[in-house]
Design a binder for this molecule. Structure first.
Ligand code: ZN
Ligand code: ZN
Length: 341
């Protein structure tokens, strides 16, 4: 009896089994959702393996837990907070253009003009309006709102997404994976299974920050174990060293990512704008060292941390005078007066 003969019954019954499985769990019938769920399960499993191995082999840590429970309690709190932050970020909206259109329509029907704040347009959105059909009516108010942010004489067609047929405000981009236009698009994160944009960039930064802190602490615990217990049991040493090597590589990547996104936040840029600057029509002509949307380090930081909750903030393109002022070389007086802040 060959392997082919053995496998045939399984192969024949597999479609019936999968059909029944997807009838029970219809959300898993989409391959994209399945891979996203698989990644989430893998991430949780990886975290559990690291902590589990530590508490299984490190008797000193277990003894320390009984003597100083607060030490382990803080570590486990960070562990849980990191996982919670991961799921919150993965489940958050990056700020879809369609949602912003709904907010703009709501503002125009309730006769509440969208307010201007910090040079940008701020639209407050009501969560109960999400999911309603918005493209059916009153797209002209959105068109006016968006075209006012571009230089006069710009064509609507230039800024209309060819995939979803919506007018994109500056800094928005269509994501091929989500099949939606995202406000202030940064990148599509495969690890989180969602886009990172205006709505969740802050959460994403906090997630990287927590994950980095957790990796550093876990690394310290692994190194402490190895320095005290090295050469006692060879196979435990091999497992611990292997996990420590993977942890170190992940930590280097996380620190670089954290520094990179901190730089982006301080200069009010996105990954897409930095990497594809020459492909974005309104950034192409601006010198590399000029950050057109930056309002100074302090204001950028404030906008990122404090002014982004439940709002869609759309920033108009800076005028020629503003760009000229930003490209002016720094003088001693500028340094003394903290022009960059
Ligand atoms: Zn689109
Ligand atoms: Zn996406």
């Amino acid at each position: 009896m060959t392997m082919v003969t053995l496998c045939r019954p399984i192969r024949e019954s597999w479609p019936r089994f999968s059909d029944r499985f997807y009838r029970w769990f219809p959300c898993l019938s989409d391959p994209g959702r399945r891979s996203s769920l698989g990644l989430k399960v893998a991430l949780v499993a990886l975290h559990l393996v690291y902590v589990g191995v530590l508490f299984l082999f490190d008797r000193d840590l277990v003894d320390k837990t009984t003597k100083e429970p607060w030490y382990t309690a803080i570590y486990l709190l960070l562990f849980v907070a990191t996982l919670v932050q991961y799921f919150l970020t993965a489940g958050s909206s990056p700020g879809y253009v369609l949602d912003a259109i709904r907010a703009a329509r709501s503002a125009s029907t309730s006769k509440q003009p969208a307010a201007s704040k910090n040079g940008g347009l701020v639209i407050t959105i009501d969560g109960s309006q999400r999911g309603s059909n918005v493209l059916g009516s009153n797209t002209s108010s959105w068109t006016k709102l968006v075209m006012d942010m571009y230089p006069p004489g710009s064509s609507v067609r230039t800024w209309t997404c060819t995939y979803c047929n919506v007018l994109q405000p500056p800094r928005a981009k269509h994501c091929q994976d989500c099949d939606k236009c995202v406000l202030q698009f940064d990148h599509h994160c495969v690890w989180l299974g969602t886009c990172i944009g205006q709505g969740n960039h802050s959460r994403f930064w906090w997630y990287i920050c927590e994950e980095t802190a957790l990796c550093i602490w876990t690394g310290v615990l692994y190194i402490t174990y190895l320095t005290v217990n090295m050469s006692k049991t060879w196979w435990i040493d091999v497992v611990m060293i292997l996990l420590l090597v993977i942890l170190t590589i992940s930590l280097i990547f996380l620190i670089l990512l954290l520094l990179f996104h901190s730089y982006l936040i301080l200069t009010n840029q996105t990954t897409y704008e930095l990497v594809r600057r020459r492909r974005i029509p309104y950034l192409r002509e601006i010198p590399e060292r000029v950050h057109p949307f930056s309002k100074g380090i302090c204001r950028n930081l404030y906008n990122f941390c404090c002014a982004r909750s439940s709002i869609y903030a759309m920033e108009p393109l800076p005028s020629a005078q503003e760009l000229e002022a930003k490209s002016r070389p720094y003088t001693c007086l500028d340094v003394l007066s903290c022009r960059c802040c």
